[in-house]
Each structure stands twice: as structure tokens, then as C-alpha cells.
Ligand binder design. Sequence first.
Ligand SMILES: [Zn+2]
Length: 316
Amino acid sequence: MKPLPWHQGVWDVLQRAESDGHLTHALLLVGESALQVAQFVTAFAAADLCEGESGQGACGQCRSCGWLKAGTHPDLRTVGLEEKKKIISIKQVRELTQSASKTTHLGHRVLVVDPADHMNVAAANALLKTLEEPPDNNRIVLGATRLDRLPATIVSRCQRYRLPAPTTQQAMDWLRDNASDVPASALDAASGCPLTAMQLNADGSAGLYSQRWQALFALCTGKGGVDALTSDPAGAIEFMNRAAASIAMAASGAGSQSADSKLQSRIVTLAERMSQRDWLQWQQLVARALEQCGTGINEGMLLDAALVDLRGRLAA
Ligand SMILES: [Zn+2]
């Protein structure tokens, strides 16, 4: 398993630190996309455990790589979110840290917590003790997308690396080589993350994203139905928050990062219908509506208010 192409720079830095003996026992890898962080953490753990010498990812041939393939590596312990859970519990972390003092099979153990920013306070405190005084031969690898959700005490004890997001071109190239059936619109739906685009394409969410754009265009031109917006108010408000940002950016003349050129040209045309100031004001209104979603307020009314406001501005 190799790192994603846009993570190669960070990968090389880590490999150099390792070969120079400067890599510490605790690493924190932070990126914008949970899937990309998980991919890097998995690839790094495999390479760290590998008995081969390539320096460019796990060899795939050695004992360690064989165990990894079978999912039975005795020197790898991973803690993540259990199904339908939103936090990593102290019980999970305790099981992880207790394994740190046991004898290793190949002389080196990797303990993974990802997403570490989902540990509750008790879990983070339990991990802290092991981070402060790690038994020999253990490397602790934490993955996260939200640094602000990790206690400073945890962050300060780790060597921290930021995983960059791909450019639109890098993401499109990667999809072409690895998942050519995924359309460019799915990349937009996934905020530019190609791994998320694959997931959204598979579960149908990418199609819904396109339908919502069509409904928004229909609303603004008075042609066509807007069911894709009104059927799920909270989802539509979340979509409109992102759409408003894209349109406001197009209205500023800053261009766009959109991977779908057809969609982009329609956004530019729509942006020209009113001033950038109007778009920014509408964006703020939608952002406020999004903040109120899930608080028990009638989300259908929030959506209606946002749509009425947009219609009014366009008609003015
Ligand atoms: Zn290997």
C-alpha cells in the first residue's frame, strides 16, 4: 500500500526521519478528509511494521505484510469508531494501551487511534499516560481531522504532520487512474476528496448533489421543479450553504475549484444574476439557517425563508 500521490512529500519526510533515527514514538497525522487520513495511517503502519527495506511502502512479501493481508498482525493494534458510535471510549483505549507492555512478535508494535479527535475526555486521559511513558518498541499513530477537538496535552506529546489536500487536477488524475467510473460531479459533491467521491458515487449521494444543483438552477430561472430541495430541508440547507459559497466565489471573479466544467459554467452564469454583495448576504442567511438545523426548529420553515429571500433578491 502506497501513500496517495499528494501525500508523497509528507511520506518522504517521515521516511527520512525514520532512517535518521529522528522519528519519535508518537505521531499525529492531521488532514481535512477522514478517509485520506485513514489511508495514510494504514499505509504508514504497514510500512513501519514491514520487515522489507524499500522505504516506499510495505513490501507486500514479508511475514509482517502477510499478517497484515490476513488481518491478523499481532503487533498492530487499531482503535477506531465502532459501528453507529460517535466516540472512542476509555474501554477501547485501555485495551490498546494494555497491549503496549506485552512482548512483540517482530520487535516493533504500532498502536493506532483514528479518528483520535473522537476520543472522549476519559479516553484521551487514558491514552495520555501511555504517550508520556511509552514502553519500548511501541509507536503510537494518531489520525485526526479536527485538531481543535484534541486536548493540547495529547497534541504536545506528538510529532505532528499535516496531510495536504489534493488540487482539483491531482484529484481528477487520481480518479481517472483508480476509479474511472466516478464522474467529476461526484468530486464536487465530495468537496474535492476523491476517496469520498468514490463513496458518494457508490451510495447515490453524488446523484442527489447534482439533482439539488438542478433544482437550485430551476428555482432561480423559474423553470422546472424544486423537489430535490424541498424533500429533505436539512440536507438541502447544508447543500445550499456550500452552493452559496461556490456562487459567491464565482461572483467575486475568483474562479472556482469545480471539477465539473459544465456545472461551473452554469454557476458563473447564475452568479452574474445579482451582485456579489447580494450573494454574500444570502450565503450568511443560509449559514445561519444551517446553524439552527437540528436544534428542534422547523427546518422546512428555515428552508422556505432562505428560498423566498433568494427569489426576492433575484427579482429585485
Ligand atoms: Zn513487508
